[in-house]
Write a protein that binds this ligand. Structure first.
Ligand SMILES: Nc1nc2c(ncn2[C@@H]2O[C@H](COP(=O)(O)OP(=O)(O)OP(=O)(O)O)[C@@H](O)[C@H]2O)c(=O)[nH]1
Ligand SMILES: [Mg+2]
Length: 353
């Protein structure tokens, strides 16, 4: 399809014109999620720039001198029936933050309000409070935004797989992946990573930014194709009977269960950490005691050796003394004998005279 055709297709989409009618839906919510700074807000800027085809603005406040880090769920209306949502990014791909991601993805937290980031009970409270504000008539399309510039550790890859599969269970749609910073790393490696996880639709972009927003046909068509793909996915999904009210309740239950399960996992983790710490402390204490015992034994052995050595020396001295005494006695005896002999000789001469 040519650009004009794509634009018409996007502009004309409405749920009323779907095979089964609206079934209670009236808006596609393209929900962007992903790690901090991977280009979610910039992708929104890119989409608006392409769609409006006017002057570039930093509508979604991508990082820069005039704004930064998205902390609210902010909706950006593209057409009457399509809205992009800039969700709050998460610091790390980890269990603790996942509850928050899924509450946003499940459209259970209000739009246009700071979403906070405290896990556990605070989140449950916020979901409960938001019940009246969230709309069941939104059809959610999850879109995971990831920068080609950033590489992932093996552990992160595992968590990524879990998060994307859970997002599918929650929304009923396998997330579409948008790769940003297309020319700042290995695009093929990043694509392979997501294909390996099971992602079917991957789009890659060099986002339009405040610094570089020279229009290119490739980027323009890329964005239009992305929006068309979202619409086709929705059309495919609503070919079957749907019940938006029931679905939002199910999503809520799913997220509450997830929070509960992840709180349990967190408790378990803490318990295991404590056990490991206690074990390490005990092992250290036992090692120290063993070292003390060995040191004491070495001292005792050394003392024993010294004692034996002292005794041997004393014995040797006593023996030497005794030998000296015996030699002296012998010498005295010899002396005496010599004297006696001399006396006898002189006595004999005297008698002769
Ligand atoms: N070169 C280039 N820069 C990009 C691209 N995407 C985003 N940036 C820049 O990366 C920085 C972060 O982008 P943001 O769009 O603010 O990221 P974010 O995901 O919205 O961040 P949080 O709101 O904190 O989660 C900004 O300075 C953007 O200009 C891209 O595709 N190419
Ligand atoms: Mg942002």
């Amino acid at each position: 399809m040519e650009s004009d055709g794509l634009r018409r297709f996007i502009k004309n989409f409405s749920f009323d014109q779907c095979k089964r009618g609206s079934q209670g839906f009236n808006r596609i919510l393209i929900q962007l999620f992903g790690l901090l700074g991977h280009g979610k807000s910039s992708f929104i800027n890119t989409c608006i720039y392409v769609w409006e085809d006017g002057e570039f603005q930093n509508w979604a406040k991508a990082w820069g001198t005039d704004g930064g880090k998205t902390t609210e769920r902010i909706p950006y209306k593209i057409t009457e029936n399509i809205t992009l949502v800039d969700n709050r990014g998460c610091n790390k791909l980890e269990d603790r933050e996942s509850g928050e991601i899924f509450a946003q993805l499940g459209n259970l937290l209000p739009l246009g309000k700071d979403v906070g980031m405290k896990p556990g009970f605070d989140l449950i409270e916020r979901i409960t409070k938001a019940e009246k504000e969230v709309r069941s008539s939104d059809f959610i399309i999850p879109v995971f935004v990831s920068s080609v510039q950033k590489t992932n550790t093996e552990e992160e890859k595992g968590t990524l797989r879990t998060i994307l599969h859970t997002a599918q269970k929650l929304t009923g749609v396998f997330p579409i992946v948008v790769l940003t910073y297309k020319t700042s790393g290995s695009l093929t490696e990043k694509e392979a990573l997501f294909r390996d996880i099971g992602i079917e639709r991957i789009f890659s972009f060099e986002n339009y930014t405040t610094e570089d927003h020279m229009k290119t046909r490739g980027k323009h068509e890329g964005v239009l194709n992305f929006l068309c793909e979202v619409i086709k996915e929705v059309q495919f999904r609503v070919e079957h009977p749907r019940d938006p009210l029931k679905e939002i309740q199910e999503r809520k239950q799913f997220v509450l269960n997830f929070i509960h399960e992840s709180a349990k996992r967190e408790e378990q983790r803490k318990l295991e950490n404590k056990r490991a710490l206690d074990k390490a402390l005990l092992e250290k204490k036992l090692k120290q005691e063993e070292e003390m015992r060995q040191r004491r034994r070495a001292i005792e052995e050394r003392e024993q050796e010294m004692k034996i050595k002292r005794q041997e020396e004393e014995l040797a001295r006593a023996r030497e003394l005794q030998n000296a005494r015996q030699e002296q006695e012998l010498r005295d005896l010899e002396e005496m004998l010599k004297e006696k002999k001399n006396k006898k000789r002189f006595g004999f001469f005297k008698a002769k005279k």
